[in-house]
Design a protein around this ligand. Structure first.
Ligand SMILES: NC(=O)c1ccc[n+]([C@@H]2O[C@H](COP(=O)([O-])OP(=O)(O)OC[C@H]3O[C@@H](n4cnc5c(N)ncnc54)[C@H](OP(=O)(O)O)[C@@H]3O)[C@@H](O)[C@H]2O)c1
Ligand SMILES: *[C@@H]1O[C@H](CO)[C@@H](O)[C@H](O)[C@H]1NC(C)=O
Length: 327
């Protein structure tokens, strides 16, 4: 009788766990944290790069709703103005400044931008630096990558981000307070066939920022590395659904922004945001690399084909090598 009760209880617990895992849109630690802590954000200065669209735009709206003061950066000033107007419309009274910035413009220009950011809001200084901007072009074979593609990716995503960090960190260290939030990617955690250079750039960010944290941990500086899988943004809406009507599910950019702020305000060092199968592959690659890497090698060629045929590049079907018509 006792054995029966214990047996059914374990089945129920395992069943509940599996059901939770099957519908998860983030890693377990992240999903266990509940809501964002407003008191960590209210009145704070949050500088967001890549704020002119996509996840950066969603982050701007959600930080504003939590009472943060915002500095919005990107190259396209018109789009930044639009984001500012729409954000103030949704959250009246928001304090928002626009700071045009090209991450590839070199150290001197970035230094000027950092000084400007520190001087805004009567010199409050930046509390949160959200490194969200990155360069990504359509998926292609690694061996077919152009020199220009490699350089552009690294100039913007890696060198620009690292130099900006190096220039801003001393201001944070003086106050013994500051938090870097880094939009990395699932491609920074496991191989991403068709995105070798993008994956390399995100791995570079992971290496830099996890190491930087270990150096500055005792000096009051926090770093949260966020690794999203496929996210629905205005530029991806409709993508990958045409040819198969199928299983690729993208987390919305609003949910991605929400979970990012949850991760940061709860002090998480790393957080994953994705549905399956990408979330499952991330778990496998991290905890069972032999299995995870075997799986990714099996889907590599299929993912390249899917990208070429404008099919889903993150669906279960890749495992079965569906033949994609080249569009
Ligand atoms: N969407 C996804 O599925 C996904 C998945 C995993 C990770 N991520 C990561 O999440 C972040 C945001 O993604 P997203 O899809 O929202 O990006 P997105 O729509 O492509 O937007 C990129 C942003 O970066 C800015 N940017 C590009 N080049 C820049 C430069 N040289 N200097 C300054 N800003 C620049 C763009 O503005 P301007 O063009 O005006 O400069 C834009 O605001 C990226 O780091 C991306 O790698 C996205
Ligand atoms: C990348 O940056 C380097 C150094 O500033 C520059 O010489 C090179 O032309 C840049 N590459 C591209 C493609 O913009």
């Amino acid at each position: 009788m006792l054995a029966f009760v214990i047996g059914s209880l374990s089945v129920a617990v395992i069943g509940a766990f599996l059901a939770k895992f099957a519908t998860a849109d983030g890693d377990f630690t992240l999903l266990s944290k509940g809501r964002a802590k407003r008191e960590r954000v209210e009145g704070k200065v949050v500088w967001i790069t890549g704020a002119s669209r996509g996840i950066g735009e969603a982050l701007a709206g959600q930080f504003a709703s939590l009472g943060a003061k915002l500095i919005l950066s990107a190259r396209n000033v018109g789009e930044l103005e639009r984001v500012k107007i729409e954000t103030v419309g949704k959250h009246p009274g928001s304090c928002i400044e626009i700071l045009p910035l090209d991450l590839a413009s070199g150290e001197e220009a970035l230094k000027v931008a950092v000084q400007k950011a520190e001087s805004l809001f009567s010199g409050s200084g930046v509390d949160y630096m959200v490194h969200n901007a990155a360069f990504e072009h359509p998926k292609r074979k690694a061996v077919g990558e152009t020199e220009e593609g490699i350089q552009t990716t690294f100039n913007i995503t890696v060198l620009g981000t690292i130099t900006l960090t190096k220039l801003l960190a001393p201001f944070m260290l003086k106050k013994r307070r500051g938090h870097f939030i880094v939009m990395s990617s699932a491609a920074g955690k496991c191989p991403a066939p068709g995105q070798a250079i993008y994956s390399a750039s995100k791995n570079a960010l992971n290496g830099y920022f996890h190491t930087l944290r270990s150096e500055l941990y005792s000096e009051g500086i926090k770093i949260t590395v966020v690794c999203p899988g496929p996210i629905e943004t205005s530029s991806t809406s409709g993508a990958g659904t045409s040819s198969s009507g199928s299983s690729e599910r993208r987390v919305s950019s609003e949910r991605c922004a929400e979970l990012t702020i949850v991760a940061a305000t709860h002090g998480l060092k790393e957080a994953w945001i994705s549905y399956h199968p990408v979330l499952l592959v991330m778990y496998l690659a991290q905890y069972m690399p032999t299995v995870g890497l075997w799986l990714i090698d099996k889907i590599g060629a299929n993912r390249l084909n899917a990208a070429k045929g404008k099919g889903n590049t993150d669906s279960w079907e890749l495992l079965f090598g569906k033949k994609w018509k080249t569009a």
